[in-house]
Ligand binder design. Structure first.
Ligand SMILES: O=C(O)CCC(=O)C(=O)O
Ligand SMILES: [Mn+2]
Length: 126
């Protein structure tokens, strides 16, 4: 893990209960930048962990759509500095997306995971 993110990993460990070893960054240039509905794979994650998202910059919404009923949607505001935790149950039952929004500036999301050691090894081979 890159050193400047270690304090965030400690905070995630104390708040959520796992110490991440992986971080992916998404950059949204403006409100036209979006992410479509998907769920995150849990296959490579340590048991009983999940995905933690830290939101930085412009306020966006995350939209959830039930896998059982596509009409069932809920959305949450992601403020600057917000932490969102998705456990594996959320990924099993829901898809999530970052929809387009009007008049919105830049945003970064940092997504933290604890990847199993064997998966880490696989990644480093590519
Ligand atoms: O930008 C976000 O908050 C969502 C990111 C996300 O869902 C992902 O990277 O899989
Ligand atoms: Mn995702």
């Amino acid at each position: 893990m890159i050193e400047c993110l270690i304090p965030i990993c400690h905070k995630i460990n104390s708040e959520i209960g796992f110490f991440p070893n992986n971080c992916l960054m998404n950059y949204y240039l403006d409100g036209n930048s979006k992410m479509g509905y998907h769920s995150d794979s849990a296959a490579e994650l340590e048991k009983d962990t999940g995905v933690v998202i830290i939101s930085l910059g412009a306020e966006r919404h995350i939209s959830y759509r039930s896998k059982l009923n596509k009409e069932h949607k809920v959305r949450y505001k992601l403020k600057n500095g917000a932490l969102l935790y998705m456990d594996n149950d959320v990924q099993t039952k829901w898809m999530h997306a970052i929809p387009k929004e009007k008049n919105i500036g830049e945003r970064i999301s940092l997504t933290f995971r604890k990847i199993t050691q064997s998966q880490n090894y696989t990644i480093s081979q590519n």
